[in-house]
Design a protein around this ligand. Sequence first.
Ligand SMILES: [Ca+2]
Ligand SMILES: [Ca+2]
Length: 435
Amino acid sequence: MRLPLVLLAIASFLFAIGCSDPSCPAPFVQRGKQCKCPEGSEAVRNECVAIDGGAVIDPVATDEDDDSDASSTPETGTALQDDASLGSNAGPMHADSASSLSDATVADAVTVAQSDANSERADANQEAGTTPACAPAPEDCFNGKDDDCDNAADCADPDCGSRTTCTMEGNVIGLLVAVGDPCPTGYTKAPAPLHRDLTAGGCAGCSCAAPTPTGCNAALVGWGQDGSGLSSTAPCMNETAPRPVQVSSFTCSTESPLMGWLLGASVERVTTTSGTCAPQGQPRLAAPTWGETRELCITPSRGGGCELGRVCVPRVAQASLCTESSVATCPNGLANQTWFTGISDTRRCGACVCNAVGASCDGVQVLLGSDGPCDGAIAGVLSVGQKICGGPSSAIFAYSPGVRLTGTPVNATCQSSSALSGAATMSGGRSFCCE
Ligand SMILES: [Ca+2]
Ligand SMILES: [Ca+2]
């Protein structure tokens, strides 16, 4: 009676190789979210064995098995000799008749056949990258695996949706925050801040003393009486013999430079001598300043469930994620940003110098008195380029007039400087592709 049962088991086993549950590798069946042995059996070395001890059963080899040949006509692999080589997974060998086999020989044949089938199935599973069963666990959103057996890993799993996002892959992924601001969950501060928009600055520390006063000098020409005497009706006629006088003081001369009668005068020009500015202080380099400084928060997390070229990272609110990249053009519309870690500074300052600019004698005039002093009768006030001629009845008619400048010259403005050589440039550039 045992031989038919054994043959039935062989037939069932062979059927099981060809037929299996579509979602679980044979001989396992879908039970809940896991692939398990059918009720009444347990897994032993990747097979399902009846719990009551003994025979190997298959979940699909029951009433559906209509291979009646199994009990009467041995097929390939059903009639085997009891050879020591079979125990080492040797291939099946044919015999002339199944009736010549003992029970022990058939049992060995079953074991060999099972071993071969197990080996083939394990190879198939390995090639397909599947595992016989999935043990559900809470979804880790950054390990590249489907942990909770819902066929969705990391960013693709709705369980991770509110905490994760996909972004461009790279060795450094993070976001830039204001200096002193904390990093969001899942991110930590990089040690060095990043900068951009450098203003190097020049030399400072120099100043100037107050400028010395502006000097003005008027070139005055006077004409005295000619040979026709004081009654001449042709004043300034003796222009071939003018008396030039330089007037450079705003104080009246104590002794008139224009001795005798004066019948005409002209201010030919006024020249300006700028005051000077004495340099003060010590030159020093101004500290370079950055237009923008940020701190980098980076994440070590790299999960799956994203499209090609992107990885799953912790989601951040109201900030754009940046991936450090050496490419000149960022993909997918990401914006390239370059930040710097330091400054290369070769600047030097020369000695302090001062320039005086803006001195002017514009508006300065020449005042002509009469009979010596300037504060008595005024013969005239002449602007530059102005010429007056008179006679006994004119205002210019004067005798040994005092002269002085009148008006207010403009003092110079002092400008300090120090010659700058060399340059300060940004160094340690790092390029990012930012959302
Ligand atoms: Ca996962
Ligand atoms: Ca999952």
